[in-house]
Design a protein around this ligand. Structure first.
Ligand SMILES: Nc1nc2c(ncn2[C@@H]2O[C@H](COP(=O)(O)OP(=O)(O)OP(=O)(O)O)[C@@H](O)[C@H]2O)c(=O)[nH]1
Length: 565
């Protein structure tokens, strides 16, 4: 091999401090020597005794992998100045950092040739990497032992983030999902591992509103609140309709003392020094955001409001009238993918969600609200839940309230992610197949090893508490006695139950079918159906059977229309 193959460029740029190793010298000698000078490589068949006297034994030093001299030469000749120490590192323009892969041996380019490139390791020295790894392990162990308790009590001890949207990591806010019943389709499924501890079962779940935003809908503008909680991994929602927060006219027409429906956990200060932009991004502002806005009118920092508009409650306090306000209308709604998204007419869930939003947004007559309280609902509250009976003497006494006054409607739909009455979408789909075999919605659940209804209302109650509605009292929109009982047990004050009449039954019962039909047809064209498939009235034999089962087997507090009995 001619000596011109010697990779002189490379050798010239070897760092001066590092003496060539024996391996380097061997390769150099291999590349520059005549191959005939190489002795035979030792092999199993060649013993020392068999070697000729004059033959000098030449062996390559033991290296990690066999190296082909020609290949090495070709690679070196065709590449930038790369020494074997830097093999595998990237060639980058000189930028100053990590001039060598080992900080103890900085590279020293030849003083004669201005270097075009310097080599920079793409990774830190091993010592540094080991140190970081040990640090990370220690940190993980610490986190494991201190758990969520630390996080909840000292959010400021978290590593500093650019924008603190989430004061507590999701892993600490959300725990493993709620228990599900076992059934014979999943013999291997054990729910034991995810059952909460007995002590956890007795404590109230904690909820935190993580973010809120304004959503325009066919029923007006509303605020969507997303909640995390400590008892399951679901993101439950609160859909708040409260026009006084957005609309000047509503503000002035609302009764004195009406409070905005706001989340306490969202509005609180999440950490010291949080910025206006952080509060805006999570939705902890009052009023309406405008393009380019960077400061928030924040209920948590009233002292910062300065030149901004007067707070809503101050304005309301200045209203002259003394009206008793209508209580917020609340619906606790459970997720139903089929009914709400693909317009299934096996159930009335899509229609109910639409109808609930419509009813909450409707202006309320103060007079009618008071008079409603004189009448116990036609079906009572069911399950022994006593609703307050207003003093009948007030009925006859003339009062300014007798003059009907319209005030903006307000209320909340708590949207719980309890698909399929708590059994999940997969199981509900299986239940539908059992229903097609002739079973009703309750029997199908039982056949799958579930309860007829596995829902809980503790998280809903905590969300109502967070919205500061628990004590003020609510009007609950439902036919379901379990919802009334569940919420009452959780300490929610229900002043009235408002029935949910299926739109189709409404037409049938009121004897004004044609007019009502027309009204619903117009309604459907005008505003329903936006975002809800078939948002008008649902009708069909399967829906009929479902509704009937709810009344006959689940105790729902509504009469089946006479012509359908
Ligand atoms: N397992 C099962 N769940 C169903 C079926 N049809 C509807 N659902 C679920 O039932 C729930 C609907 O309940 P809600 O809208 O809260 O109302 P409700 O319990 O009927 O009571 P109301 O408040 O009177 O409407 C949703 O989670 C649906 O997914 C069914 O056939 N089987």
């Amino acid at each position: 091999m001619p000596s011109t193959y010697l990779p002189t460029r490379n050798m010239t740029h070897q760092p001066q401090h590092s003496a060539p190793t024996q391996g380097d010298l061997d390769i150099l000698s291999l590349l520059t020597s005549d191959s005939t000078n190489l002795g035979p490589l030792p092999s199993a068949s060649t013993s020392q005794g068999q070697q000729g006297q004059g033959q000098k034994k030449r062996t390559l030093p033991k290296r990690d992998s066999p190296m082909d001299a020609l290949m090495i030469s070709a690679v070196i000749a065709g590449s930038e100045k790369i020494s074997r120490h830097h093999f595998g590192h990237g060639a980058i323009p000189r930028t100053g950092t990590y001039a060598s892969c080992d900080e103890s041996r900085p590279s020293s380019p030849s003083p004669h040739l201005p270097p075009k490139f310097t080599m920079r390791s793409t990774q830190a020295p091993r010592s540094e990497r080991l140190r970081l790894e040990a640090e990370a392990k220690a940190k993980l162990q610490n986190q494991g032992s201190s758990t969520s308790q630390n996080a909840a009590t000292s959010p400021t001890s978290k590593p500093k983030r650019k924008m603190s949207i989430d004061p507590v990591p999701i892993s600490q806010t959300l725990q493993l999902s709620s228990p599900s019943s076992s059934n014979y389709f999943h013999p291997s499924h054990s729910s034991l591992s995810i059952l909460p501890s007995p002590s956890a079962r007795n404590t109230r779940p904690k909820v935190r509103c993580m973010a809120r935003t304004r959503i325009p809908t066919p029923h007006g503008e509303l605020f969507l609140h997303l909640y995390h909680n400590s008892s399951d991994t679901k993101e439950h929602l609160a859909i708040v309709i409260d026009p006084i927060q957005l609309d000047e006219k509503s503000k002035t027409s609302a009764p004195k003392g009406r409070k905005e429906i706001r989340s306490i956990s969202l509005d609180s200060v999440w950490r010291e020094g949080e910025t206006d932009m952080e509060r805006i991004v999570r939705g902890a502002y009052t009023g309406r955001l405008l393009p380019g806005q960077t400061t928030s009118r924040s209920p948590a920092h009233p002292e910062q409001e300065g030149d901004v508009e007067m707070g809503m409650s101050e304005q309301l306090d200045q209203l002259p009238n003394e009206d008793v306000d209508v209580k917020p209308l609340v619906r606790i709604h459970s997720e139903c993918y089929t009914g709400e998204t693909i317009g299934s007419m096996r159930c009335d869930c899509g229609e109910q969600l639409d109808e609930a939003l419509r009813q909450i947004a409707l202006p309320q007559h103060l007079k009618s609200q008071i008079s409603q309280q004189f009448h116990q609902h036609a079906h009572g509250t069911g399950n022994g839940i006593a609703l307050p009976t207003p003093d009948p003497s007030r009925r006859s006494s003339p009062s300014p309230l007798d003059e009907s006054r319209t005030v903006p409607g307000r209320g909340v739909v708590i949207y719980l992610r309890q698909e399929g009455r708590g059994i999940g979408l997969l199981e509900k789909i299986r239940a539908y197949n059992l229903q097609d075999l002739g079973n009703d919605t309750v029997t199908a659940n039982l056949m799958l090893g579930h309860g007829a209804d596995e829902r809980k209302y503790d998280v809903a109650a905590e969300i109502l508490r967070d919205l500061d509605l628990a004590e003020e009292g609510i009007r609950l929109l439902t036919n379901n006695p379990e919802k009334v009982e569940g919420l009452s047990k959780e300490g929610i004050r229900i002043v009235e139950r408002v029935g949910m009449v299926p739109r189709d039954w409404k037409c049938t019962t009121q004897g004004e079918n044609e007019e009502k039909e027309k009204e619903y047809a117009e309604y459907r064209e005008r505003r329903a159906g936006v975002g809800l498939i078939g948002g008008g009235k649902a009708r069909g034999p399967e829906l009929e059977k479902y509704l009937r089962t709810k009344v006959e087997r689940m105790g729902h507090m509504i009469d089946i229309p006479e012509n359908l009995q």
